[in-house]
Design a protein around this ligand. Sequence first.
Ligand SMILES: Cc1cc2nc3c(=O)[nH]c(=O)nc-3n(C[C@H](O)[C@H](O)[C@H](O)COP(=O)(O)OP(=O)(O)OC[C@H]3O[C@@H](n4cnc5c(N)ncnc54)[C@H](O)[C@@H]3O)c2cc1C
Length: 402
Amino acid sequence: MPENIVIIGAGQAGQQAVQSLRSEGFKGAITMVGDEDYPPYQRPPLSKAYLLGSFERPRLFLKPDSFYAEAGCELLLSTSAKAIHRADRTVELTDGRLLAYDKLLLATGARVRKLKCPGADLPGIHYLKTIADVDGLQAVFQAGKRIAIVGGGYIGLEVAAVGAKRGLDVTVFEAMDRLMARAVSPQLSAFYAAEHEKAGVKLKLNTGVEGFEGGAKVERIKAGGQTYEADIVLVGIGVIPCQELAEAAGLACTDGIVVDQNARTSDPHIWSAGDCTRHTGREGQEIRLECVQNAIDQAKHAALSMTGKPKTYSEVPWFWSDQYDLKLQIAGLARPTDRLVQRGEPASRKFAVFHLRDGVVAAVEAVNAAPEYLVGKKMIAEGKRVAAETLADTAIPMKQMG
Ligand SMILES: Cc1cc2nc3c(=O)[nH]c(=O)nc-3n(C[C@H](O)[C@H](O)[C@H](O)COP(=O)(O)OP(=O)(O)OC[C@H]3O[C@@H](n4cnc5c(N)ncnc54)[C@H](O)[C@@H]3O)c2cc1C
């Protein structure tokens, strides 16, 4: 009998798994269960071009509808998985159906972290994760409106950039002392702070949010001991892995579903990929990555393992963010103790910051600097040793270093 694979979660990782299972020659049945109303779509444009209005909705979808039929994948949308019964290898859906599986992939992603302060439930406070969320925000996202953005991370800053471009009055509240503090070097934080201020965005750093006030909807935000008027609030303070199903089924979970280098969980019949997972990274550290790269690569590795061709997952993580006309591309994982080497001048709006660890390139942050990013990523993968002076010398082309 051909095997039967069930995928829970119809997102970036789920879609990739369908594609990779078929390209690896899997001939059995595939069923993918997704609790949203849409087939798998890409989320990155939601806070960028789609919110700006320069990206049409059909382009969000990762594949045309025909892909799933042609791939022989039964797509159960608007359907939630409620429980995994490992002993009899079934998945219970909220509508009462039971799906039998030989192999199961958990690709449940992550959900937004919600604020828990007074007034946090007032209408007019938005989060940004789904098409439905961005449609809700879009309805009120109008020139002249005052938007308070809670969180100076990628999502908050991308929305700030779109807001400034569309003529909203934007204020960003960030509890830490710099923007994107968990993700980028102080040089990058300072550069992006200056760019946002130049665009008219007001930045309130070291300013934790204490609560919201209003009547029928939010009208004021209280932060750093002060009160600010606001018509719209957008909260972007991170995500929490969707691991409840796995946890209830007794799978190992530690801030993410724990998987090995083949994307396999603590149950040999169950794999997991994407934002919901925690794995051991290339440098031996336990990590949970929230990016398209990890969703795609882990799903590919899960498919390889499910089809009996396991391959160790050790890809270099990469990420990007679009703010104004600035393309930020990051590869590798930085550490606070890395030696930072700047290449190019921030004033030119085209530069990079390399992270050297024991003389080896460990990470690169590139702003409008594709060669630095591409060669840097290759150097990270190869563990390339390079002198700081060489890296910093813009007279030496990147391709000579790769
Ligand atoms: C606004 C925004 C901007 C982003 N920008 C970038 C970017 O620029 N670059 C980048 O690399 N990454 C970006 N990301 C992150 C990236 O989109 C995610 O890392 C990626 O989508 C993860 O894929 P996934 O398959 O793990 O999860 P998802 O794509 O989130 O898919 C998981 C799906 O599973 C569903 N699900 C959960 N539980 C169940 C259940 N019990 N039953 C059925 N279905 C269930 C969820 O509803 C969801 O549809 C962005 C994310 C957002 C929200």
